[in-house]
Design a protein around this ligand. Structure first.
Ligand SMILES: C=C(O[C@@H]1C=C(C(=O)O)C=C[C@H]1O)C(=O)O
Ligand SMILES: [Mg+2]
Length: 452
């Protein structure tokens, strides 16, 4: 395919819609695509008026996606029964669907906590218009989806979505968005108390890990544009996943997360245990010394080991084979470094993403171990609603799917921004060191919001 300018590609899609008017296709979903010389995707997305908006970028210069509108919007304000989920999942990813169709979205941390209204317990969209870039190659995709009787309406809506596209413009500048006020939940005294409860020998004996988190609600002098913040964040942590979802005006969730929940290509699964944290050094020598200390630290190794064991256990019944890196390595971010262990599996035939999500989410990197008592401790004591923080965000496709754990994330509401940070509490955790770990995890995004 020769590359067209975005305007020319959109014109071509219009002509192809006219042709479709004459030949009604037999299938339920249909995708038209054109190779395109795409503009910077985040800037393009920020300039659009149509909702929902989705941005996704894989780790280490992975695929980049910006998408708007919805050919399907699967919004689950409450988590349905497993049977209903099975049915929904089957309907959306039926074998007769195009292999390249993707549902982008996320699921909340805990289906038993009240959902964030705009995001629900889970929300996935099949975008109306999607720009996908892989290295230098980009495409625009237009999706139509519905039953035979919806065909005319679907064509009209697809045309309208093309007509409503806005021109790309530079990202709005960050501006002097200084943080004026900050309210933390829990606050330091309560944190001390919670860490003490989790590390108490009689509790830790049955529940060796609980990941406790804090929300920080910020009032800023001017509300920054979430896409500008995400862009600044991605420049500082290019090795992390970068994504954002906006389903309603004024409500956006963004994340720059180092953590993969899983990537699946056919039956090949790749996941990881990411847990255990230290800061970066000011010099190379100090940085290396901190990394070595992290690799040799008992508490941090324990945090990572518990995640690794759990993932291995959960994957075993679903897999022909599971392989784990025996020794952790260091994953370096802008302000912190983590312990990381890669995990691979070959899935048994017929294992689907719904089973994988149920098996893996939430991992003890963000929940705890065992899962149920750790989750109910968090639900009852932490004191705020996690919503999509520590949830799973990504895309579902029939051949390929990928999810990231939604940490290092921020929720933008019409008049404030909320940041989240958590730390794995194990028996030998120290409340003050873990509190400091929370602050370290916020350094990068707070710097951006303070215009540093
Ligand atoms: C829970 C978070 O991070 C998790 C906790 C870590 C830890 O305690 O060492 C490290 C990475 C993540 O698995 C977070 O950033 O909010
Ligand atoms: Mg930790």
């Amino acid at each position: 395919m020769t590359e067209l300018s975005l305007t020319a590609a959109v014109e071509r899609l219009r002509l192809r819609l006219d042709q479709l008017q004459l030949h009604r296709p037999a299938f339920r979903c249909l995708q038209l695509s054109e190779a395109v010389d795409a503009p910077p995707l985040i800037a393009w997305l920020a300039a659009q008026q149509q909702l929902p908006k989705v941005y996704w970028r894989g780790r280490r210069d992975g695929e980049e996606i910006a998408a708007i509108g919805a050919a399907q919007d699967l919004y689950l304000p409450q988590m349905p029964s497993t049977e209903r989920l099975d049915r929904l999942y089957g309907d959306f990813l039926r074998a007769d669907n195009h292999e390249d169709l993707r549902l982008y979205g996320g699921i909340a941390f805990d289906p038993k906590q009240p959902a964030w209204p705009e995001f629900g317990q889970a929300r996935f969209v099949l975008p109306r218009i999607e720009l996908r870039r892989q290295q230098q190659e980009a495409e625009i995709r237009l999706t139509l989806c519905g039953n035979a009787e919806d065909w005319e309406a679907e064509l009209a809506q697809a045309r309208q979505a093309l007509d409503d596209l806005d021109r790309v413009a530079p990202l709005p500048p960050l501006g002097p968005a200084h943080v004026l006020q900050r309210a933390d939940t829990p606050q330091w005294p309560r944190w001390q108390d919670l860490v003490q409860q989790v590390t108490h020998p009689s509790f830790a004996e049955d529940t060796p890990k609980v990941v406790l988190a804090r929300e920080s609600k910020l009032q800023t002098s001017a509300l920054p544009n979430p896409w500008t913040v995400l862009h600044a964040w991605q420049l500082l942590n290019p090795g992390s996943y970068q994504y954002g979802f906006q389903f309603a005006p004024g409500h956006t969730f963004i994340s720059c997360s180092p953590e993969r929940l899983y990537h699946r290509l056919g039956r090949e699964l790749s996941t990881e245990a990411l847990a255990g944290t230290t800061t970066r050094g000011f010099s190379e020598a100090e940085d290396q010394a901190l990394a070595n200390a992290l690799l040799n630290d008992g508490k941090n190794s324990h945090e990572n080991q518990l995640v690794r064991e759990h993932i291995e256990q959960q994957l075993t019944p679903l897999s022909e084979y599971v392989g784990v890196e025996e020794s952790p390595t260091i994953l370096k971010l802008n302000h912190i470094q983590h312990l990381h262990r890669g995990i691979r599996a070959e899935l048994k035939a017929g294992v689907n993403d719904l089973q994988l999500l149920q098996a893996l989410h939430p991992t003890p990197a963000v929940g705890g171990l065992p899962r149920d008592p750790a989750m109910s401790f968090i639900r009852q004591r932490e004191g705020f609603e996690r919503g999509w923080y520590a949830g799973a965000c990504g895309y579902l496709g029939s051949h390929e799917s990928e999810f990231s754990v939604a940490i290092r994330s921020a929720r933008f509401a019409p008049d404030h921004v909320t940041l989240y940070a958590g730390a794995g509490i194990v028996s030998d955790s120290d409340a003050e060191a873990e509190w400091q770990e929370l602050n370290n995890k916020l350094t990068t995004v707070l710097g951006i919001l303070n215009g540093l």
